[in-house]
Design a protein around this ligand. Structure first.
Ligand code: ACO
Length: 329
Protein backbone atom coordinates (compact mmCIF):
# COMPACT_ATOMS: atom_id res chain seq x y z
CA UNK A 1 0.00 0.00 0.00
CA UNK A 2 1.32 3.47 -0.88
CA UNK A 3 1.13 6.03 1.94
CA UNK A 4 -0.19 9.12 0.18
CA UNK A 5 1.53 11.48 2.61
CA UNK A 6 4.94 9.78 2.43
CA UNK A 7 7.59 11.14 0.06
CA UNK A 8 11.24 10.44 -0.77
CA UNK A 9 13.41 13.49 -0.11
CA UNK A 10 16.98 13.91 -1.30
CA UNK A 11 18.86 14.72 1.89
CA UNK A 12 22.43 14.47 0.58
CA UNK A 13 24.38 14.30 -2.68
CA UNK A 14 27.92 13.31 -3.62
CA UNK A 15 30.04 12.58 -6.68
CA UNK A 16 33.40 11.33 -7.86
CA UNK A 17 35.47 11.82 -10.98
CA UNK A 18 38.64 9.75 -11.44
CA UNK A 19 41.75 11.96 -11.35
CA UNK A 20 42.88 11.40 -14.95
CA UNK A 21 41.36 14.20 -17.04
CA UNK A 22 41.76 13.96 -20.81
CA UNK A 23 41.01 16.99 -22.98
CA UNK A 24 39.91 16.71 -26.60
CA UNK A 25 43.37 17.86 -27.72
CA UNK A 26 45.04 15.18 -25.59
CA UNK A 27 42.66 12.49 -26.84
CA UNK A 28 43.21 13.62 -30.45
CA UNK A 29 46.98 13.33 -30.09
CA UNK A 30 46.67 9.89 -28.42
CA UNK A 31 44.41 8.70 -31.27
CA UNK A 32 46.80 10.18 -33.86
CA UNK A 33 49.44 7.66 -32.70
CA UNK A 34 46.99 4.93 -33.89
CA UNK A 35 46.54 6.73 -37.23
CA UNK A 36 43.06 7.98 -36.23
CA UNK A 37 42.18 11.57 -37.00
CA UNK A 38 39.93 13.74 -34.85
CA UNK A 39 40.03 17.24 -33.40
CA UNK A 40 38.74 19.40 -30.56
CA UNK A 41 36.78 21.35 -33.17
CA UNK A 42 34.94 18.23 -34.50
CA UNK A 43 34.16 16.87 -31.04
CA UNK A 44 33.09 20.18 -29.49
CA UNK A 45 30.87 21.42 -32.32
CA UNK A 46 28.93 18.14 -32.54
CA UNK A 47 28.71 17.19 -28.85
CA UNK A 48 29.69 20.14 -26.61
CA UNK A 49 32.38 17.96 -25.00
CA UNK A 50 35.78 19.50 -24.13
CA UNK A 51 37.16 16.90 -21.70
CA UNK A 52 36.36 13.67 -19.84
CA UNK A 53 37.83 11.66 -16.95
CA UNK A 54 39.11 8.08 -17.25
CA UNK A 55 39.86 5.51 -14.55
CA UNK A 56 43.29 3.92 -14.33
CA UNK A 57 43.85 0.15 -14.53
CA UNK A 58 43.37 -0.33 -10.77
CA UNK A 59 40.10 1.62 -10.40
CA UNK A 60 36.71 -0.02 -10.72
CA UNK A 61 33.12 1.21 -10.78
CA UNK A 62 32.65 0.38 -7.08
CA UNK A 63 35.67 2.57 -6.17
CA UNK A 64 34.04 5.61 -7.79
CA UNK A 65 30.68 4.66 -6.24
CA UNK A 66 32.33 4.46 -2.82
CA UNK A 67 33.64 8.03 -2.87
CA UNK A 68 30.38 9.46 -4.24
CA UNK A 69 28.41 7.52 -1.59
CA UNK A 70 30.65 8.62 1.29
CA UNK A 71 30.19 12.25 0.22
CA UNK A 72 26.41 11.87 -0.05
CA UNK A 73 26.11 10.13 3.34
CA UNK A 74 28.26 12.80 4.94
CA UNK A 75 26.25 15.62 3.37
CA UNK A 76 23.06 13.92 4.59
CA UNK A 77 24.49 13.36 8.08
CA UNK A 78 23.45 9.71 7.80
CA UNK A 79 25.20 6.86 9.60
CA UNK A 80 25.91 4.24 6.87
CA UNK A 81 24.66 1.50 9.26
CA UNK A 82 21.14 2.98 9.02
CA UNK A 83 20.88 2.57 5.22
CA UNK A 84 18.02 0.17 4.38
CA UNK A 85 18.69 -0.32 0.65
CA UNK A 86 21.56 0.31 -1.77
CA UNK A 87 20.81 0.66 -5.49
CA UNK A 88 23.61 1.06 -8.01
CA UNK A 89 22.69 2.00 -11.56
CA UNK A 90 25.47 0.75 -13.81
CA UNK A 91 26.15 -0.98 -17.11
CA UNK A 92 29.82 -1.37 -16.24
CA UNK A 93 29.79 -3.50 -13.06
CA UNK A 94 33.11 -4.52 -11.49
CA UNK A 95 32.39 -8.13 -12.51
CA UNK A 96 29.52 -10.28 -13.75
CA UNK A 97 28.51 -10.99 -10.18
CA UNK A 98 28.20 -10.20 -7.31
CA UNK A 99 26.45 -6.91 -7.98
CA UNK A 100 28.35 -3.64 -7.66
CA UNK A 101 25.78 -2.69 -4.98
CA UNK A 102 26.94 -5.63 -2.81
CA UNK A 103 30.60 -4.72 -3.39
CA UNK A 104 29.78 -1.13 -2.44
CA UNK A 105 27.96 -2.22 0.73
CA UNK A 106 31.10 -4.07 1.82
CA UNK A 107 33.42 -1.15 0.96
CA UNK A 108 31.19 1.21 2.95
CA UNK A 109 31.52 -1.15 5.91
CA UNK A 110 27.74 -1.56 6.18
CA UNK A 111 27.15 -4.63 8.33
CA UNK A 112 23.36 -4.38 8.81
CA UNK A 113 22.44 -6.88 6.04
CA UNK A 114 20.51 -4.18 4.14
CA UNK A 115 19.20 -5.07 0.68
CA UNK A 116 21.51 -4.22 -2.25
CA UNK A 117 21.13 -4.68 -6.00
CA UNK A 118 22.11 -3.18 -9.34
CA UNK A 119 19.77 -1.55 -11.85
CA UNK A 120 20.68 -1.92 -15.52
CA UNK A 121 19.06 0.64 -17.80
CA UNK A 122 22.24 2.12 -19.34
CA UNK A 123 22.05 5.95 -19.54
CA UNK A 124 18.55 5.94 -18.01
CA UNK A 125 19.85 3.89 -15.09
CA UNK A 126 19.76 6.67 -12.51
CA UNK A 127 16.20 7.70 -13.45
CA UNK A 128 15.17 4.05 -13.15
CA UNK A 129 16.98 3.48 -9.82
CA UNK A 130 15.58 6.67 -8.28
CA UNK A 131 12.05 5.61 -9.22
CA UNK A 132 12.56 2.09 -7.80
CA UNK A 133 13.90 3.60 -4.56
CA UNK A 134 10.91 5.97 -4.40
CA UNK A 135 8.50 3.03 -4.60
CA UNK A 136 10.18 1.31 -1.63
CA UNK A 137 10.03 4.52 0.42
CA UNK A 138 6.45 5.48 -0.47
CA UNK A 139 5.22 1.97 0.31
CA UNK A 140 6.70 2.34 3.80
CA UNK A 141 9.09 -0.59 3.23
CA UNK A 142 12.34 1.37 3.66
CA UNK A 143 13.22 4.69 5.29
CA UNK A 144 16.75 5.45 4.04
CA UNK A 145 17.98 4.51 0.55
CA UNK A 146 21.34 5.14 -1.10
CA UNK A 147 20.98 5.53 -4.88
CA UNK A 148 24.16 5.62 -6.97
CA UNK A 149 24.92 6.00 -10.67
CA UNK A 150 28.47 4.77 -11.35
CA UNK A 151 30.23 3.89 -14.58
CA UNK A 152 33.58 3.06 -16.14
CA UNK A 153 32.50 3.32 -19.77
CA UNK A 154 36.13 3.75 -20.86
CA UNK A 155 36.39 -0.07 -20.46
CA UNK A 156 33.82 -0.52 -23.24
CA UNK A 157 35.35 1.91 -25.72
CA UNK A 158 37.09 0.89 -28.93
CA UNK A 159 39.83 3.50 -29.29
CA UNK A 160 40.03 2.59 -32.98
CA UNK A 161 36.45 3.86 -33.47
CA UNK A 162 36.56 7.66 -33.45
CA UNK A 163 32.78 7.96 -33.77
CA UNK A 164 32.23 6.56 -30.24
CA UNK A 165 35.47 6.76 -28.22
CA UNK A 166 35.39 10.57 -28.04
CA UNK A 167 31.93 10.67 -26.44
CA UNK A 168 32.19 8.89 -23.08
CA UNK A 169 33.83 9.30 -19.69
CA UNK A 170 33.93 7.69 -16.23
CA UNK A 171 32.44 8.89 -12.94
CA UNK A 172 29.87 8.39 -10.20
CA UNK A 173 27.16 10.34 -8.43
CA UNK A 174 25.04 9.43 -5.41
CA UNK A 175 22.03 10.61 -3.46
CA UNK A 176 20.62 9.63 -0.07
CA UNK A 177 16.82 9.44 -0.01
CA UNK A 178 14.89 9.61 3.25
CA UNK A 179 11.18 9.04 3.91
CA UNK A 180 9.48 12.34 4.78
CA UNK A 181 6.04 13.88 5.05
CA UNK A 182 7.41 16.89 3.17
CA UNK A 183 7.28 16.60 -0.63
CA UNK A 184 10.39 15.30 -2.39
CA UNK A 185 10.06 13.17 -5.53
CA UNK A 186 6.67 14.29 -6.86
CA UNK A 187 6.21 12.05 -9.90
CA UNK A 188 8.12 9.78 -12.25
CA UNK A 189 7.65 8.08 -15.61
CA UNK A 190 9.68 5.20 -17.05
CA UNK A 191 9.59 3.57 -20.49
CA UNK A 192 11.47 1.10 -22.66
CA UNK A 193 11.34 -0.18 -26.23
CA UNK A 194 13.50 -3.24 -26.76
CA UNK A 195 12.79 -2.98 -30.51
CA UNK A 196 15.66 -0.47 -30.68
CA UNK A 197 18.16 -2.68 -28.83
CA UNK A 198 20.66 -2.70 -31.70
CA UNK A 199 21.20 1.07 -32.16
CA UNK A 200 23.20 1.38 -28.92
CA UNK A 201 24.63 -1.79 -27.43
CA UNK A 202 27.59 -3.85 -26.27
CA UNK A 203 26.54 -7.18 -27.74
CA UNK A 204 29.39 -9.35 -26.42
CA UNK A 205 28.92 -11.94 -23.67
CA UNK A 206 31.00 -14.36 -21.68
CA UNK A 207 30.85 -17.94 -22.87
CA UNK A 208 32.96 -20.88 -21.74
CA UNK A 209 35.58 -18.64 -20.15
CA UNK A 210 35.98 -16.31 -23.15
CA UNK A 211 34.23 -13.28 -24.65
CA UNK A 212 31.85 -14.27 -27.43
CA UNK A 213 30.98 -11.52 -29.90
CA UNK A 214 31.90 -7.84 -29.84
CA UNK A 215 32.44 -6.45 -26.32
CA UNK A 216 32.95 -2.85 -27.55
CA UNK A 217 30.24 -0.20 -27.50
CA UNK A 218 28.38 0.07 -30.81
CA UNK A 219 26.19 3.07 -31.65
CA UNK A 220 24.18 4.32 -34.61
CA UNK A 221 24.59 8.00 -33.71
CA UNK A 222 21.97 9.43 -36.09
CA UNK A 223 19.31 6.92 -34.99
CA UNK A 224 20.04 7.63 -31.31
CA UNK A 225 19.86 11.39 -31.87
CA UNK A 226 16.47 11.18 -33.57
CA UNK A 227 14.94 8.91 -30.94
CA UNK A 228 16.42 10.74 -27.93
CA UNK A 229 15.01 14.24 -28.58
CA UNK A 230 11.55 12.83 -29.28
CA UNK A 231 11.19 10.62 -26.18
CA UNK A 232 12.83 13.13 -23.82
CA UNK A 233 10.23 15.78 -24.56
CA UNK A 234 7.36 13.28 -24.16
CA UNK A 235 8.58 11.77 -20.90
CA UNK A 236 9.32 15.21 -19.41
CA UNK A 237 5.76 16.36 -20.13
CA UNK A 238 4.35 13.07 -18.81
CA UNK A 239 6.19 13.39 -15.47
CA UNK A 240 5.28 17.08 -15.18
CA UNK A 241 1.59 16.32 -15.83
CA UNK A 242 1.62 13.64 -13.13
CA UNK A 243 3.14 16.19 -10.73
CA UNK A 244 0.52 18.76 -11.85
CA UNK A 245 3.25 21.19 -12.87
CA UNK A 246 4.18 22.85 -16.15
CA UNK A 247 7.67 23.44 -17.60
CA UNK A 248 7.47 27.07 -16.43
CA UNK A 249 7.36 25.83 -12.81
CA UNK A 250 10.81 24.26 -13.14
CA UNK A 251 13.83 25.91 -11.57
CA UNK A 252 16.26 23.38 -13.06
CA UNK A 253 16.39 20.81 -15.82
CA UNK A 254 19.02 18.11 -15.31
CA UNK A 255 19.02 16.00 -18.45
CA UNK A 256 21.28 13.03 -19.12
CA UNK A 257 24.55 14.59 -20.29
CA UNK A 258 25.15 12.87 -23.64
CA UNK A 259 25.31 15.64 -26.14
CA UNK A 260 24.63 19.38 -25.85
CA UNK A 261 22.57 19.32 -29.04
CA UNK A 262 20.13 16.76 -27.58
CA UNK A 263 20.02 18.69 -24.28
CA UNK A 264 19.36 22.05 -25.94
CA UNK A 265 16.75 20.42 -28.19
CA UNK A 266 14.82 19.22 -25.12
CA UNK A 267 15.18 22.57 -23.38
CA UNK A 268 13.83 24.35 -26.46
CA UNK A 269 10.89 21.97 -26.82
CA UNK A 270 9.96 22.55 -23.16
CA UNK A 271 10.21 26.32 -23.71
CA UNK A 272 12.91 26.70 -21.05
CA UNK A 273 15.85 29.09 -21.30
CA UNK A 274 19.22 27.29 -21.56
CA UNK A 275 20.28 28.99 -18.29
CA UNK A 276 17.88 26.74 -16.38
CA UNK A 277 19.70 23.61 -17.52
CA UNK A 278 22.62 22.14 -15.56
CA UNK A 279 25.40 21.35 -18.04
CA UNK A 280 28.42 19.17 -17.23
CA UNK A 281 28.80 17.34 -20.55
CA UNK A 282 31.52 19.84 -21.53
CA UNK A 283 33.76 18.68 -18.65
CA UNK A 284 32.59 15.07 -18.08
CA UNK A 285 31.55 13.73 -21.51
CA UNK A 286 28.80 11.12 -21.36
CA UNK A 287 29.12 9.17 -18.10
CA UNK A 288 25.93 7.15 -18.73
CA UNK A 289 24.06 6.38 -15.46
CA UNK A 290 26.44 8.66 -13.50
CA UNK A 291 25.74 11.81 -15.51
CA UNK A 292 22.55 13.01 -13.77
CA UNK A 293 23.69 12.54 -10.14
CA UNK A 294 27.10 14.06 -11.03
CA UNK A 295 25.41 17.15 -12.47
CA UNK A 296 22.96 17.31 -9.53
CA UNK A 297 25.78 17.18 -6.98
CA UNK A 298 27.74 19.87 -8.79
CA UNK A 299 24.77 22.26 -8.86
CA UNK A 300 23.88 21.53 -5.22
CA UNK A 301 27.45 22.13 -4.04
CA UNK A 302 27.94 25.34 -6.02
CA UNK A 303 24.70 26.71 -4.55
CA UNK A 304 22.60 26.88 -7.73
CA UNK A 305 20.08 24.28 -6.53
CA UNK A 306 18.39 25.31 -3.30
CA UNK A 307 15.82 23.74 -0.98
CA UNK A 308 12.31 24.11 -2.41
CA UNK A 309 13.47 24.27 -6.05
CA UNK A 310 11.62 22.17 -8.59
CA UNK A 311 13.92 19.96 -10.66
CA UNK A 312 13.24 17.72 -13.61
CA UNK A 313 15.74 14.92 -14.18
CA UNK A 314 15.51 12.85 -17.33
CA UNK A 315 17.51 10.17 -19.05
CA UNK A 316 17.57 8.18 -22.26
CA UNK A 317 19.83 5.31 -23.21
CA UNK A 318 20.44 1.83 -24.50
CA UNK A 319 17.61 -0.64 -24.39
CA UNK A 320 16.09 1.68 -25.52
CA UNK A 321 15.09 3.09 -22.15
CA UNK A 322 13.96 6.50 -21.02
CA UNK A 323 12.56 8.08 -17.88
CA UNK A 324 12.05 11.26 -15.86
CA UNK A 325 11.32 12.41 -12.32
CA UNK A 326 10.01 15.73 -11.02
CA UNK A 327 11.55 16.54 -7.65
CA UNK A 328 10.98 19.23 -5.06
CA UNK A 329 14.47 19.56 -3.64
N1 ACO B 1 36.41 13.06 -35.42
C1 ACO B 1 36.38 13.45 -36.70
N2 ACO B 1 35.50 12.95 -37.58
C2 ACO B 1 34.61 12.04 -37.15
C3 ACO B 1 34.59 11.59 -35.82
C4 ACO B 1 35.54 12.14 -34.93
N3 ACO B 1 35.60 11.79 -33.63
N4 ACO B 1 33.60 10.69 -35.68
C5 ACO B 1 33.00 10.57 -36.87
N5 ACO B 1 33.61 11.38 -37.78
C6 ACO B 1 33.29 11.57 -39.18
C7 ACO B 1 32.59 10.39 -39.78
O1 ACO B 1 33.55 9.43 -40.21
C8 ACO B 1 31.86 11.02 -40.93
O2 ACO B 1 32.78 11.21 -41.99
P1 ACO B 1 32.33 10.91 -43.51
O3 ACO B 1 31.19 11.85 -43.75
O4 ACO B 1 33.56 11.20 -44.24
O5 ACO B 1 31.91 9.47 -43.48
C9 ACO B 1 31.49 12.40 -40.41
O6 ACO B 1 32.35 12.64 -39.29
C10 ACO B 1 30.05 12.52 -39.96
O7 ACO B 1 29.75 11.39 -39.15
P2 ACO B 1 28.34 11.22 -38.49
O8 ACO B 1 28.32 10.01 -37.64
O9 ACO B 1 27.29 11.35 -39.54
O10 ACO B 1 28.34 12.49 -37.57
P3 ACO B 1 27.13 13.19 -36.90
O11 ACO B 1 27.03 14.55 -37.41
O12 ACO B 1 25.92 12.32 -36.87
O13 ACO B 1 27.65 13.28 -35.41
C11 ACO B 1 27.31 12.17 -33.30
C12 ACO B 1 27.94 12.09 -34.67
C13 ACO B 1 27.91 13.35 -32.55
C14 ACO B 1 27.58 10.91 -32.53
C15 ACO B 1 25.80 12.38 -33.52
O14 ACO B 1 25.26 11.37 -34.32
C16 ACO B 1 25.05 12.43 -32.25
O15 ACO B 1 25.05 13.42 -31.56
N6 ACO B 1 24.32 11.35 -31.94
C17 ACO B 1 23.65 11.23 -30.68
C18 ACO B 1 24.24 10.11 -30.03
C19 ACO B 1 24.76 10.39 -28.69
O16 ACO B 1 24.84 11.46 -28.18
N7 ACO B 1 25.08 9.31 -28.11
C20 ACO B 1 25.56 9.31 -26.82
C21 ACO B 1 25.27 8.02 -26.24
S1 ACO B 1 23.60 7.69 -26.28
C22 ACO B 1 22.95 8.24 -24.95
O17 ACO B 1 23.62 8.52 -24.01
C23 ACO B 1 21.53 8.34 -24.99
Amino acid sequence: MTHTNLYSRIIGTGSCLPPTRVTNEELASQLATRGIETSDEWIFTRTGIRARHFVNAEQNTSDLALIASQQALEAAGVDPQTVDLILVATSTPDCIFPSTACLLQNKLGIRNNCAAFDVQAVCSGFAYALTVADQFIRSGTYRTVLVVGAETFSRLLDFNDRSTCVLFGDGAGAVVLRASEEPGILASALHADGGHADILCVPGRVNAGAIAGNAFLHMDGQAVLKLAVNVLEKVALEALAKAQLSPADLDWLIPHQANIRIMQGTCRKLGLPFERMVVTVDQHGNTSAASIPLALDQAVRDGRIKRGHHILIEGVGGGFTWGASVIRF
